[in-house]
Design a protein around this ligand. Structure first.
Ligand code: NAD
Ligand code: TDX
Length: 351
């Protein structure tokens, strides 16, 4: 089947893995990547597929409704996989409005473009919204987040994602847009911007810089390898039921401090350092404001109904990840120096 799919946020961390999977696995699909290329968007993440005949890139800000409408009208997409977002909790604490603009207004702009284009013919259409487990709030007494857990977002980031989820459901209910939503736990793997815990700490270990642990390091996160999230997105996109939500997670919970010790130990081995060397860099710093204690996803629905399961054990995934950052020092250097931003001008100058 031929399809024309708009993927938003495809030059970011998770989006780049989703774009790669779809471009390679579905040569009959035309994959259009819409991205504003903020600090988090990096076309170097997808140089391996940028010349594929079924791949197209559009540098567009989702907040620009006219540009989004124009793109939709020009290409008549029959599906959307929406990943573009401001994604870092600490940035949302210093600049909440930026998160409202991209995550809420940007999502509504995309919904409106789909609604107008698909009016009168919703057959075979699909608007897939990629969201986070953080919309469910913070767990304190054990248990898991289920698909019907009430929303209770605690940070400006999760409030903006929760709001976008509500808009997607409202458009399904009001305008009958065929939608599907997934809420995933923390991702790790290659190409993650080094403001997030794992790439930041790997880079700091490499450079013998302090490892800033927020509070006591007792917060718990459930970690999933990014390629397994991309595989889950493929399953939800193709097999998920209209109007449904699917939770995605790795059943892989770690306190931050235990996770950091695993990273230190693995990095010592891979870098040929004495065991215990990197742990000396651990530095406890002031906690994040309103720091959610624990996230834990129950992923049984997607496993039972869609047959998805994670392919990698955590020990294997974290070693692969640390190795990737060690072997791709140039990627890290360009990201930390800001040089990657020049790539767009060179690559797309005469297009
Ligand atoms: P990211 O920050 O690495 O990438 C976001 C991408 O969106 C970037 O390429 C950026 O340029 C683009 N973007 C930002 N603002 C835009 C705008 N106004 N218009 C167009 N493009 C814009 O994020 P990520 O970690 O890859 O997350 C992708 C999605 O998955 C987000 O919706 C996030 O909420 C969700 N999610 C992330 C995680 C995680 O652990 N990283 C977990 C669950 C869900
Ligand atoms: O320097 C740090 N020190 C530290 O202790 C950083 C950057 C983080 N932390 C802690 C805060 C969290 O408890 O580590 C944990 C993970 O932090 P982040 O990598 O910032 O992720 P988190 O806040 O859990 O949110 C992530 O998972 C859900 C993503 O950033 C979101 O986009 C996703 O929706």
């Amino acid at each position: 089947m031929n399809r024309k799919i708009l993927i938003s946020g495809g030059a970011g961390f998770i989006g780049s893995h989703v774009v790669r999977l779809f471009v390679n696995k579905y040569p009959n699909y035309q994959i259009h990547n819409l991205d504003k290329l903020t600090y988090a968007g990096n076309l170097k993440n997808i140089t391996d597929i940028e010349k594929a005949p079924n791949y197209h890139f559009h540098k567009i800000d989702l907040v620009d409704a006219a540009a989004v409408n124009q793109l939709f009208t020009a290409h008549q997409f029959d599906a959307v996989i929406h990943l573009a977002a401001e994604s870092h909790v600490d940035r949302s604490i210093s600049n909440p409005l930026e998160f409202v603009m991209t995550n809420v207004v940007g999502t509504v702009n995309l919904l409106n473009a789909a609604k107008d284009c698909w009016k009168g013919n919703m057959e075979g259409k699909r608007f897939y919204h990629v969201s986070t487990d953080e919309v469910y709030g913070s767990l304190h007494d054990g248990g898991f987040f289920y698909e019907d857990t009430p929303y209770d977002p605690q940070s400006p980031y999760s409030a903006s994602k929760a709001s976008s989820d509500h808009f997607v459901r409202a458009y399904h209910n009001t305008y009958k847009i065929p939608v599907v939503i997934s809420n995933c736990s923390n991702n790790y793997g290659p190409n993650q911007f080094p403001e997030k815990l794992i790439p930041l700490f790997i880079n700091n270990i490499r450079n013998n810089k302090p490892l800033p642990v927020y509070g006591k390091g007792e917060n718990v996160r459930d970690w999933l390898y990014v390629v397994d999230h991309a595989r889950a997105i493929d399953d939800v996109f193709h097999k998920g039921k209209n109007g449904e939500t699917y939770n995605i997670g790795g059943f892989n919970e770690w306190t931050n401090i235990d996770l950091i010790k695993v990273i230190c130990k693995t990095a010592d081995r891979l870098l040929g350092r004495a065991e215990g060397e990197s742990e000396k860099l651990i530095t406890y710093v002031t906690d994040r404001a309103g720091h959610d204690l624990r996230y834990a996803i129950d992923a049984n629905k997607i496993m039972k109904e869609l047959g998805w399961e994670p392919s990698l054990q955590f020990e294997e995934g974290i070693e692969k990840t640390i190795n990737w950052y060690i072997e791709n020092q140039l990627w890290m250097d360009e990201v930390t120096s800001g040089d990657y931003a020049k790539y767009y001008d060179t690559m797309y100058a005469e297009r």
